[in-house]
Ligand binder design. Structure first.
Ligand SMILES: *[C@@H]1O[C@H](CO)[C@@H](O)[C@H](O)[C@H]1NC(C)=O
Ligand SMILES: *[C@@H]1O[C@H](CO)[C@@H](O)[C@H](O)[C@H]1NC(C)=O
Length: 424
């Protein structure tokens, strides 16, 4: 690297980046190889109600490598909760990278594919929907309107949803979701190693009260003219304007042959709307030369705002978990990673998802083709109708209620979690 010798700044930058790579710390990495069961604890949550679903250890129906397995939800209408422990750490002054891959083989109608980071103090055997978590991250799909990446941060005893919209993948293939949180409270969200959203925790979540607020004391000055248009003082009502009648006799009307003036009274033609009549006179409008724009209260520092330099800090991270309700099973998780090094995460995604994605896509296309052929064989006349038959019931329920779907999209994940509990 010739530039290094010439430019001491660049050279030290180069050394620094080398250092950064070599000092990458991996807090947790799970590729679901043999022995994964000893690292993960299936919760007893919902077991006594017989609605706890079983995980299937599999590469799925289509994959890049049959030996590269993950864990997949395998029963419909079930709750799933599983978690793994890692040595407790704090992300203070560190970059935090949370990454995993997820594949919805079932053509997900309504359900999540997210994971949670949890802090010390939970009971893994009781891990469930009500267990407090620190970060929840990953895709969530419901109907046509909710197709988003959740990024929920727990702060000050409350779960806060990201305010920006981050669309998620909706196909039936594997995708890698990455959440990066940095000590300057900036963050980014990647899907398949491509950044989809980034910004500051300060502005994209409402963890703290806003820094600036409208001055509540400020008042619009009396003489503030905020009318953009005014009646033209020069405009005058044309002479005779008010004499134009609203209705006029219908010139085409004829007195009926059998009209008897004595019995029926004097015949008058029926009236019709006068095309000349333009309504009451109004002067035309012109731009107000004194228009000052809409009045806005000046922004002032919010007295309620107190900065928290540890806004991004989770001092006792200790578990990673999956907690889901699935109407239709088939969601497969793999390659869970928690590290302080985005480069390492990127490499891992390339080595796993990146290496396999083309073969997986090909296998999926073949499986689809086979499915379509078989369906056409079953019912050669009406193969189209047969197509989505599997999900006809679920679809009908959802599609018929566009409002519910709209609501769903504005719902918080918490509400949805409550809903899912109520559903049974
Ligand atoms: C597990 O997944 C494989 C591959 O999709 C499938 O063949 C098998 O039937 C599944 N097992 C269970 C118990 O769902
Ligand atoms: C925490 O939340 C409570 C209740 O909403 C609020 O009064 C308090 O100001 C919050 N503290 C911080 C540091 O944001």
């Amino acid at each position: 690297m010739a530039f290094g010798a010439r430019d001491p700044n660049l050279f030290s930058l180069f050394l620094l980046s080398l250092l950064a790579i070599t000092s990458a710390k991996v807090f947790f990495e799970e590729r679901f190889d043999d022995g994964w069961e000893s690292r993960w604890v299936t919760s007893d949550w919902k077991k006594d109600e017989n609605v706890a679903g079983e995980w299937n250890y599999t590469a799925g129906k289509w994959h890049g490598d049959p030996n590269d397995k993950g864990i997949q939800t395998s029963e419909d209408y079930r709750f799933y909760a599983i978690s793994a422990e890692f040595p407790e750490f704090s992300n203070k002054d560190k970059v935090l990278v949370f990454q995993f891959s997820v594949k919805h083989e079932q053509k997900l109608d309504c359900g999540g594919g997210y994971m949670k980071l949890l802090s010390a103090g939970i009971d893994q055997k009781k891990f469930g929907g009500d267990t407090p978590y620190s970060i929840m991250f990953g895709p969530d799909i419901c109907g046509y309107s909710t197709k988003k990446v959740h990024a929920i941060l727990h702060y000050n005893e409350t779960n806060h949803l990201i305010k920006k919209d981050v669309p998620c993948e909706t196909d039936q293939l594997s995708h890698v979701y990455t959440f990066i949180l940095k000590p300057d409270a900036s963050y980014s969200i990647l899907i398949d190693n491509v950044e989809k959203q980034s910004g500051s925790v300060y502005s994209d979540w409402s963890l703290l009260p806003p820094k600036k607020i409208k001055d509540p004391e400020a008042k619009k000055p009396e003489d503030w003219d905020d009318k953009e248009y005014i009646p033209d003082p020069e405009d005058k009502k044309p002479e005779g304007y008010d004499d134009i009648p609203k209705e006029i006799p219908d010139a085409d009307a004829k007195k009926p042959e059998d009209w008897d003036d004595e019995e029926d009274g004097e015949w008058t033609a029926p009236t019709i709307a006068n095309p000349e009549y333009k309504g009451p006179w109004k002067p035309k409008k012109i731009k107000n030369p004194n228009y000052k724009g809409k009045w806005k209260a000046p922004m002032i520092d919010n007295p309620e705002f107190k900065d928290d330099p540890n806004l991004y800090v989770y001092p006792n991270l200790k578990y990673v978990g999956i907690e889901l309700w699935q109407v239709k099973s088939g969601t497969l998780f793999d390659n869970v990673l928690i590290t302080d090094d985005p480069e390492y995460a990127k490499q891992l995604a390339e080595e796993t998802w990146g290496k396999h994605k083309d073969v997986e896509k090909k296998a999926f296309d073949e499986a689809e083709k086979k499915r379509e052929e078989e369906e056409a064989k079953d019912d050669p006349i009406d193969s189209d109708a047969e197509d989505g038959d599997d999900d006809a019931d679920d679809d009908a329920g959802e599609d018929s209620d566009a409002d519910a779907k709209l609501e769903e999209s504005t719902d918080s994940a918490e509400t949805k979690e409550e809903d899912k509990h109520d559903e049974l």
